[in-house]
Design a protein around this ligand. Structure first.
Ligand SMILES: *[C@@H]1O[C@H](CO)[C@@H](O)[C@H](O)[C@H]1NC(C)=O
Ligand SMILES: *[C@@H]1O[C@H](CO)[C@@H](O)[C@H](O)[C@H]1NC(C)=O
Ligand SMILES: *[C@@H]1O[C@H](CO)[C@@H](O)[C@H](O)[C@H]1NC(C)=O
Ligand SMILES: *[C@@H]1O[C@H](CO)[C@@H](O)[C@H](O)[C@H]1NC(C)=O
Length: 519
């Protein structure tokens, strides 16, 4: 018996070694095509990792995938959905466990962005957002609800450690080693940070908002108020408020006109102007008294031209209001009041300073949202594909899709009047300074679909995304508008999940459309 047991252990150990050795590095795996290919003109790869290598199993996810398979007629579109929607659960849940401070109580979830081994506040919130259709209340540590709680707890820890930073290292409890970030080697950042805890420290207002977004979404789906009173959520919200408030500091003192110290500065040795801040790390000057919050960097991680980044102010405004309901639910009445008040004043500030007048057709004047303003009267009229974007304003719930200023903005950013729009023959849409002119981000077409009720527009955008995966069957970051074989990022969890979430949305709104052929 004993001998048998030993033999069994040896066999099991070998099996384990074989299985773990055979798990491919997904960066490599996602760059090559795997059979069986989808039986359509695009012959898309089977891009899900083998079941034994998946980082989180969800039976709700598997049953959703199979229930949709009967309703998506186009074989390539079905394959793209099956590959992309599970991507974060399949590949990016690097660790899920408990905090050493509250073992067996305080869950932690470390979610990597994909091909970079670090957790972004924005990406991770959005990576989980894709799974809201599957989220149900559960106290089980194996549930999707537990993944959400773990991410909220880890966000709170990160925000209490380094509230100006955007991406982070694994928690020590995971036993995972921190990844060095060579790009950060020359960074001079104030306040300073610990590279064992922080992967990169670009201050982005939407990172702060992402924590409020993730909290709101978990709360609305589960009504689990109790959770928010248990660990560091309240303290983290206070840190978010203090950080955002500090970043309303203008460049010059309204009292004597002298330049003020900035709560945050950042410089890096680089040949790309968007990877550092002008004026020795201060950024371009911003005016006093606008009520807007500065953002040193955009959701693309590129530096802002004018620091009052309107879409990020919109996102923060919107989720500050909704997260105040959580504070109310746990009897944090003063905090809730402060959140509501800040949100209301921010909305006022956006409407006052974030709208620009531009020449419309036939000598008319149009009012559109600016992407960035400085409060002195300058505005940057463009959009960027990363969320939050101007295009996504109704999606984030800041305004109604019928808002006339939004509609004029939408029309403009989806045209060659937007400096980062590329009207390619393979794919047409919004790009980003992150990848340079001429690269379209499929993410922008996904948002175009999510903010459209026009069947023709939706059909056209689906067709372009489907035709621009280079046969790999995954959603990439930026694709050359004229040459679909030139693209960036083979493993981009957020964009994959966003595509899957969009398909679920279209299935609900326009089921018939997904019964069409996209060949
Ligand atoms: C998911 O399920 C497969 C079996 O289908 C198993 O091999 C794998 O270890 C599971 N993954 C996790 C993270 O539990
Ligand atoms: C698929 O189509 C059937 C028949 O129209 C419908 O009853 C079902 O709800 C659809 N499934 C999904 C997941 O929408
Ligand atoms: C909030 O206060 C109410 C009324 O005093 C009480 O019933 C409820 O249990 C409290 N909730 C929390 C989360 O403390
Ligand atoms: C502009 O004027 C032309 C000629 O009068 C007209 O055909 C067109 O519809 C007008 N465009 C708008 C947007 O009003």
């Amino acid at each position: 018996m004993r001998r048998f047991k030993t033999q069994l252990l040896v066999v099991l150990a070998r099996l384990y070694i074989v299985t773990s050795q055979s798990c491919p590095d997904y960066s490599t795996y996602s760059k090559t095509r795997h059979e069986p290919f989808s039986p359509g003109r695009y012959a898309l790869s089977s891009a899900r990792p083998p079941p034994s290598c998946r980082t989180f199993n969800s039976s709700a996810l598997e049953s959703l995938l199979s229930s949709f398979s009967a309703n998506i007629t186009d074989p390539d579109l079905l394959r793209l959905f099956q590959n992309t929607y599970p991507n974060t659960l399949d590949t990016a849940i690097k660790w899920h466990g408990f905090s050493s401070a509250n073992p067996s109580e305080e869950e932690l979830t470390f979610i990597i962005t994909g091909d970079i081994n670090a957790m972004w506040l924005r990406d991770s919130a959005n990576q989980l957002q894709s799974y809201l259709p599957l989220l149900t209340p559960s106290s089980s540590p194996n549930s999707l609800a537990s993944l959400f709680r773990g991410a909220i707890n880890l966000h709170a820890r990160y925000l209490l450690t380094s509230p100006f930073c955007n991406s982070f290292q694994p928690p020590p409890e995971s036993g995972l080693a921190p990844s060095p970030n060579p790009a950060s080697d020359s960074d001079v950042v104030f306040p300073p940070y610990d590279p064992d805890k922080v992967f990169e420290c670009k201050y982005e207002l939407d990172s702060l908002a992402s924590f409020l977004q993730l909290s709101t979404e978990y709360h609305e789906a589960t009504h689990d108020s109790g959770f928010f009173g248990k660990f560091s959520w309240v303290e983290a919200v206070k840190a978010v408020l203090a950080t955002a408030r500090s970043m309303t500091t203008p460049t010059y003192s309204p009292l004597d006109g002298k330049p003020l110290d900035s709560p945050y500065t950042f410089t890096r040795k680089t040949t790309r102007s968007t990877e550092t801040l002008p004026n020795d790390g201060l950024g371009h000057p911003v005016a006093a008294g606008t009520g807007l919050i500065r953002s040193a960097f955009r959701p693309s991680d590129d530096s802002t031209t004018y620091q009052f980044l309107i879409p990020s102010n919109m996102l923060f405004c919107r989720y500050l209001a909704s997260a105040s309901l959580i504070a109310t639910a746990i009897n944090q009445t003063t905090l809730a009041g402060e959140m509501m008040e800040f949100s209301a004043s921010l909305r006022q500030a956006i409407q006052t300073h974030g709208v620009a007048s531009v020449p419309g057709d036939n000598g008319t004047v149009e009012r559109v949202y600016a992407y960035e303003v400085d409060g002195f009267g300058s505005s940057l009229l463009q959009d960027d594909a990363n969320l939050p974007s101007l295009l996504s304003a109704p999606l984030m719930g800041y305004l109604a899709p019928t808002d006339p200023v939004y509609l004029a903005t939408r029309k403009r950013v989806l045209s060659i009047k937007n400096p980062y729009y590329a009207a390619g023959g393979v794919i047409r849409g919004v790009g980003s300074a992150h990848t340079g002119p001429g690269r379209v981000w499929p993410m922008s077409l996904i948002v175009q679909i999510l903010t459209s009720d026009d069947d023709e527009e939706i059909r056209g955008a689906i067709k372009q995304i489907l035709g621009s995966t280079d046969g790999l069957g995954l959603v990439h970051e930026g694709v050359d508008g004229w040459d679909g074989s030139r693209w960036t990022r083979e493993w981009f969890g957020w964009a994959n999940g966003l595509f899957g979430g969009m398909m679920i949305d279209v299935m609900r709104r326009k089921e018939g459309l997904l019964r069409e052929s996209f060949q």
